[in-house]
Design a protein around this ligand. Structure first.
Ligand code: AMP
Ligand code: GLY
Length: 426
């Protein structure tokens, strides 16, 4: 069986490693992948833009791809799944109509309001003037969100009125996110621990994966700028059985039903970014795909066969399909280029010792002109350990990340510490 995986980061490397556990998989084409994905049976595809549905689907058809897996947000929002379907190629991931749940914050907020799904109170603006006027009297802190995709940078949690106004001006007047900032959402600031829950859905049932806790800030103790994620642990100690049941009843199933009623049936991985507030769990954001780096802890804990589950979401047979996770813990530490997410150097030789290769997910690497594997991004790779306890998983992950070598290696030293503390208090 030949599979096309669209995307090229650590998340895709984790998906590929998991798919390769299925013996029927004979070949994986990674479009574009990255040179650090040195797996048997994997080939990289260059020269095709992942968001170009026609080109991706054309390539898949010409190369007799049996099944495609589309994991990044922008190809999904651009309708790559629709283009594949038009060529008769089944794929994992929502169509364009459903991917809007991530592609437009205005859509997702309005959906939650219409169907009574708990989320922060909000206002929508399509004029900078009106937004600024609203901010004169809005409660502070507040949160300003660009409507469309913005490479994960479209959200400003503003602690002052000035900061909020600056965020509005940069999105709506300076157009730093292009058309994604034509509309904005200004919403109530919520407080509480955050939990990521990725789930499989075929539009009929929802099967949540193990919960996780991302660490978005660049520095130890959650200081410094926001990044794509510097590490992650699973399961998240704040996500108790009781909260999980409440989420299923008040958030997960209502969301799937709401999308069905809107004629936008969602199939694939629906990611619920939740905040456990004193008034119960609320949705901070939806993503129409696997999270990065959450995938790098969730899939190593998955017991069931990933390809089987993915195909069940496509075919609408998820209710009859087992989705099981190990009752263990996982920790992933990201090794980044020093200076990320601001300015950083790349192009340094990267050495991943053989003994940790199975636990390593490469996000940013390429072969240089001499054919040497070198760093090629802010986040270079993630190393994941699983163990019976979180403490053990953390210490194993740190032992392994120490073994990775490149010149300007930087990583946080406190991944999982907050979760350990929370776990002890419960
Ligand atoms: P996002 O880019 O949508 O993942 O949001 C980035 C981060 O902003 C989230 O992980 C939260 O920590 C924070 N955030 C988003 N919305 C709110 C909110 N309404 N109240 C407090 N924090 C928020
Ligand atoms: N880790 C958050 C995301 O994938 O959006």
């Amino acid at each position: 069986m030949k599979i096309l995986v669209v995307g090229g980061g650590g998340r895709e490397h984790a998906v590929i490693k998991k798919l390769l556990e299925n013996r029927e998989v004979t070949k994986i084409l990674a479009l574009p992948g990255n040179a650090g994905m040195e797996e048997e049976k994997v080939s990289l595809v260059s020269g095709i833009t992942p968001t170009d549905g026609e080109a991706v689907a054309g390539f898949a058809a010409e190369n007799a791809v049996d099944y495609a897996v589309v994991t990044p947000d922008d190809p999904l929002v651009a309708g790559v799944a629709d283009a594949l379907a038009a060529k008769g190629i089944p794929s994992f991931g929502p169509n364009k109509a459903a991917a809007i749940i991530e592609g437009s914050k205005v859509f997702s907020k309005d959906l939650m309001k219409k169907y009574g799904i708990p989320t922060a109170a909000y206002e929508v603006f399509d004029s900078c003037e009106a937004a600024l006027e609203y901010l004169e009297t809005a409660p502070i802190p507040t949160v300003v969100k660009a409507d469309g995709l913005a490479l994960g940078k479209g959200v400003t949690v503003a602690m002052t009125r000035e900061e909020a106004k600056e965020a509005v001006v940069s999105a709506m007047e300076d157009k730093v996110f292009g058309a994604s900032g034509d509309k904005i959402v200004i919403e109530e600031f919520l407080e509480g621990p955050e939990v990521s829950v990725l789930s499989f859905t075929d539009g009929k049932v929802v099967k949540p994966m193990v919960s996780s806790m991302d660490h978005k800030r660049a520095g130890d103790n959650d200081t410094g700028p926001n990044t794509g994620g510097m590490g992650v642990i699973a399961p998240n100690p704040y996500y108790t059985k009781e909260i999980a049941d409440e989420c299923m009843e008040k958030i997960f199933l209502p969301t799937i039903e709401a999308m069905n009623k809107e004629g936008r049936t969602f199939k694939g991985c629906l990611y619920f970014g939740l905040m456990i507030t004193k008034d119960g769990p609320k949705v901070i954001e939806y993503n129409c795909r696997f999270g990065d780096p959450e995938t790098q802890v969730v899939l190593p804990l998955m017991k069931s066969d990933l390809l089987t589950v993915m195909k069940a979401t496509t075919e609408g047979t998820l209710s009859e399909t087992d989705v099981q996770f190990d009752d263990k813990c996982a920790c992933c530490v990201i090794a980044a280029s020093d200076g990320y997410p601001k300015s950083y150097q790349k192009g340094f030789p990267l050495t991943i010792p053989e003994e940790i290769r199975n636990n390593t997910y490469v996000a940013g690497a390429k072969l240089n002109d001499e054919g040497v594997l070198v760093t090629n991004g802010g986040r270079v790779l993630g190393v994941t350990a699983t163990a019976d306890t979180l403490e053990e998983a953390i210490s194993k992950a740190y032992e392994m990340v120490e073994k990775v070598e490149f010149e300007n290696k930087y990583f946080r030293h406190d991944i999982g510490q907050r979760a350990l503390k929370a776990g002890r208090e419960q």
